[in-house]
Design a protein around this ligand. Structure first.
Ligand code: FES
Length: 225
């Protein structure tokens, strides 16, 4: 009975060897190597596909490393051009992109002063022009005026202008600044921070920058609200 079964099996055709039958055969080793290499290659491709967007999301995008320009209103700019001894509050809409959220728009403002004498202004602000060179990478005085961030360099409160005191005053801890932004009282470690301003087709644009609070030097923290 057994012999007849073996003969029947042989009559069907030659037996196909499996890995179990010949684990160290050349064919099997080659096949295993191929499978191992294919697994590594596919894993690498999947990893790469995942890594590109993840790394991309961690890298600072354009919106976080470069400020965007916001136009100032023509009426306020006109007022600034006529102002001589008082600052002008200039409002604008700040637009920025935060991560994957849609573009955000928030109302903001800055303070503008007329500067008719650059040398005088530079002499009054050694905290900006140490050694005659500005500590910010843009022209501080442009179009005949300077724009100040409305954020107090002490701990970030919004300060205001006092007509009665003829100076900028911060309500939080009492820091005070002259018309040209010089720090004269209170705990702030530096004078008011200038913002970039440019002319574009007859109107002026301002760039929003948030600087590190409570440090003598200006360190950019953000170009967003
Ligand atoms: S935040 Fe302005 S004085 Fe402290």
């Amino acid at each position: 009975m057994h012999d007849s079964n073996a003969e029947a099996a042989e009559s069907i055709g030659p037996k196909i060897l499996s890995a179990h039958d010949a684990p160290q055969s050349e064919d099997e080793v080659t096949r295993r190597k191929f499978m191992a290499n294919a697994t590594i290659a596919i894993g690498g491709l999947v990893g790469l596909a995942l890594a590109v967007p993840i790394v991309g999301s961690l890298l600072p995008g354009k919106s976080s490393t470069e400020g965007s320009w916001s136009p100032l209103t023509a009426a306020e700019l006109d007022a600034l051009n006529k102002a001589t001894s008082k600052p002008v509050k200039l409002t604008f809409t700040l637009k920025y992109v935060d991560g994957y959220l849609p573009e955000q728009s928030v109302p903001e403002y800055c303070w503008g002063i007329r500067v008719d004498n650059n040398q005088k202004f530079m002499a009054a602000r050694p905290d900006i022009f140490a050694g005659g060179k500005a500590d910010v990478p843009y022209a501080v005085v442009n179009m005949g005026f300077v724009l100040f961030s409305p954020i107090c360099p002490h701990l970030g409160c919004y300060y205001g202008w006092s007509d009665a005191q003829n100076r900028f005053m911060c309500p939080c801890h009492g820091s005070q600044y002259t018309f040209d932004g010089t720090h004269i009282a209170g705990p702030a470690p530096r004078g008011l921070d200038p913002l970039p301003v440019r002319e574009r087709s007859g109107i002026a644009d301002v760039m929003w920058i948030i600087y590190q609070s409570n440090t003598p030097s200006r360190i950019v923290i953000s170009y967003q609200a």
